[in-house]
Write a protein that binds this ligand. Structure first.
Ligand SMILES: Cc1cc2nc3c(=O)[nH]c(=O)nc-3n(C[C@H](O)[C@H](O)[C@H](O)COP(=O)(O)OP(=O)(O)OC[C@H]3O[C@@H](n4cnc5c(N)ncnc54)[C@H](O)[C@@H]3O)c2cc1C
Length: 448
């Protein structure tokens, strides 16, 4: 008998295991995939490694460094990815071992409940625990389009591990995965088309940011069709219906980047009578508890923002709740990042959220065109900083960035929003010069 069994070794599962065990709970982590989950093996880390190489390969000529072109060497890049992934995986496994977490490399099945404990089967082992955490993640979604069997479908993991660059790549869906893959493969020479049924790409970001991104992607030669659908596939081509007009586009490879759905098809889960949504997401309270007492879920399987850092935060809340600590009913602010060029990053309220919620706000915008560091490090690109401030008390409610390093700068912005800083607080802070981050202070403070 142990205190806690965790199913799934992705960010939610391993983070929860480490915290639980550090806090004194005897913990077993069962995972059928390599430790680190999708994030480490086919998501966050491989995709950013590829993007870094393709960014360098594209940019060198713009900065007075000659001797190109410098194409990406795929076999070397794949080796680089596996080196990074192995290093990180070793780090996670050794931390788990140092903290006495028992790891079982197997598929977990939930056996019928005989008493108040949970019974889990993993390979030939049967284990019992007082608490159960389901952190089984998510899987790629797809849709059925006539003729789809005639094209070469790929997943994002296939692309991150591919041995040759497709001549043309059709991406259905312009969310983070679609745009990141499209950017990387366009830079490696594929003819990329992105089809999105919404009226804009990356629609979870502010429209001032996505307008800039759309222009930059088109400058890279990516064809973008919004308010469009793929009506059918033929051999090597796709037919797109865009505002009533039909277009035929090349599609040597097709990626469905339509978001992900919960991996809640765990053997025996239905016996626990846990409520799930129509999409299969496991329903949880703000502390991560399911409708079955002492059974928790965290990470992508809950359908909450499917992000690794959201998974970490949910895992921490679960362990705090098990330990009887007070867990705030309000989730902390979760920043969103799109690792495109320029990067997009947002935290807190957007202008449209504020309008919808009837919150009186002042919205400040500042283009990056006058920022020295931006001009030194970019070539003909555009960027913007947009800040949403409470009109009455000056509190910084949201920060939205389209610029290089936005993913790093949003960390400071997250602290501003989480700590409820005001424009006046920022006036008393000194930001280093020349930096791109100066734009945030200039945007907020200049007019008070
Ligand atoms: C291409 C791509 C890029 C991404 N980039 C980012 C990014 O830049 N930033 C970001 O925050 N997020 C990113 N994500 C999302 C991120 O990867 C996920 O949000 C994160 O991995 C979720 O963690 P998790 O622990 O919930 O699940 P997962 O990482 O999916 O891990 C779940 C684990 O559980 C195992 N499992 C499932 N069922 C069982 C079972 N029955 N028994 C035993 N084990 C089981 C699985 O094999 C898996 O190892 C990206 C995703 C993709 C696909």
């Amino acid at each position: 008998m142990v205190d806690l069994i965790i199913i799934g070794g992705g960010p939610a599962g391993y983070h929860a295991a480490l915290k639980a065990s550090k806090e004194g709970l005897t913990t077993v982590l069962v995972s059928d995939g390599r430790m680190g989950g999708v994030c480490l093996h086919s998501g966050c880390i491989p995709s950013k490694t590829v993007l870094h190489s393709t960014n360098l390969s594209r940019d060198h000529g713009d900065f007075a460094i000659y001797g190109g072109p410098h194409p990406v060497d795929l076999p070397v890049l794949r080796e680089r990815i596996s080196g990074i992934v192995n290093t990180l995986e070793r780090g996670i496994t050794s931390k788990l071992a140092r903290n006495n977490v028992r790891i079982l490399d197997d598929v977990a099945e939930i056996l019928p409940n005989r008493d108040k404990y949970f019974t889990i089967k993993a390979g030939s082992e049967i284990l019992m625990s007082r608490y159960l955490l389901i952190a089984t993640g998510s899987k790629e979604r797809s849709i059925d389009i006539p003729g789809v069997e005639k094209v070469h479908r790929v997943t994002s993991s296939d692309l991150l591990d591919c041995e040759s660059i497709p001549q043309s790549l059709l991406i259905v869906g312009a969310g983070s995965v679609g745009i990141e893959m499209g950017t990387a493969f366009a830079r490696m020479g594929s003819q990329v088309t992105i089809v999105e049924q919404n009226d804009r790409i990356a629609s979870n970001f502010d429209s001032d940011l996505t307008r800039i991104l759309c222009q930059e992607l088109e400058k890279e030669g990516i064809a973008i069709f919004t308010e469009a659908t793929v009506s059918r596939f033929k051999h090597g081509t796709a037919e797109i219906v865009h505002k009533g007009t039909h277009h035929s586009v090349p599609a040597d490879r097709v990626l469905f980047a339509l978001g992900r759905s919960a991996r809640s098809d765990i053997e025996g889960l239905s016996d626990l009578n846990i409520a799930t949504s129509d999409d299969g997401n496991i329903s949880v309270t703000s502390c991560g508890e399911t409708t079955q007492p002492h059974c928790y879920a965290a990470g992508d399987v809950t359908g909450n923002p499917m992000l690794a850092h959201a998974a970490y935060s949910e895992a921490e809340r679960v362990i705090d709740h098990i330990l009887g600590k007070t867990v705030s009913p309000n989730h902390p602010h979760i920043p969103s990042v799109l690792y495109s060029s320029p990067e997009l990053a947002s935290v807190g309220l957007s202008e449209s959220d504020a309008t919808y919620q009837g919150i009186p706000v002042v919205v400040k915008r500042r283009p990056l065109g006058g920022n020295g560091r931006f001009l030194a490090e970019t070539s003909g690109e555009r960027g913007i900083c947009k800040v949403v401030i409470h009109a009455e008390n000056g509190q910084i409610l949201g920060v939205h960035l389209a610029m290089p390093h936005a993913s790093e700068l949003i960390i400071a912005a997250t602290i501003m929003v989480a700590q409820k800083l005001t424009a006046r607080d920022l006036a008393n802070c000194i930001f280093p010069h020349p930096t791109m981050g100066e734009i945030i202070k200039q945007c907020i403070v200049e007019e008070i």
